[in-house]
Design a protein around this ligand. Sequence first.
Ligand code: CMX
Ligand code: CO
Length: 146
Amino acid sequence: MLTRIDHIGIACLDLDTTVEFYRTTYGFEVYHSEINEEQGVREAMLRINGTDDGGATWIQLLEPIRDDSPVAKWLAKNGEGVHHIAFGTADVDGEAESIRGKGVRVLYDQPRRGSMDSRITFLHPKDCHGVLTELVTSAPNETAAE
Ligand code: CMX
Ligand code: CO
């Protein structure tokens, strides 16, 4: 089961400037930041609210660290904006298999490491009405943290 909107991924040209915009405009603070080499991003997670499945909903701000990364390619084509949506689940492996069985392209054979040691995979946007869609299972100790 997919039980929450885990995060909205937003591609930006400059992470620090964008973080500052979210802080001064909305009052959202950075809960966590990291570099994910494999995904080719520097990112900041802003915790928006807890969810009734024990998880949380986040804004994920993404700045590319390499010109050949998916986010860099997307920014070059579209400029800044909403890059993907992520649904949370307790079972990313099972959900990915089930959705693959419905004929939607799942981009990874096995889930990979995402923000805060979550496990993530992606569904091809062309199979999802134009929306790059991520599935995520949070690390056990992270989801409900205040
Ligand atoms: N949302 C909607 N459509 C998208 C898209 C996005 N984010 N990215 C690409 N597309 C569309 C393109 O517009 C293009 O459509 P047209 O053929 O109609 O022009 C088509 O998909 C192919 O796009 P492309 O620019 O040629 O890009 P690629 O095929 O090389 O890559 C994708 C697309 C989805 C396979 C790649 O972006 C990917 O592997 N994404 C998953 C990984 C990722 O995004 N990581 C960053 C986030 C990390 C995190 O969340 O933790
Ligand atoms: Co994401």
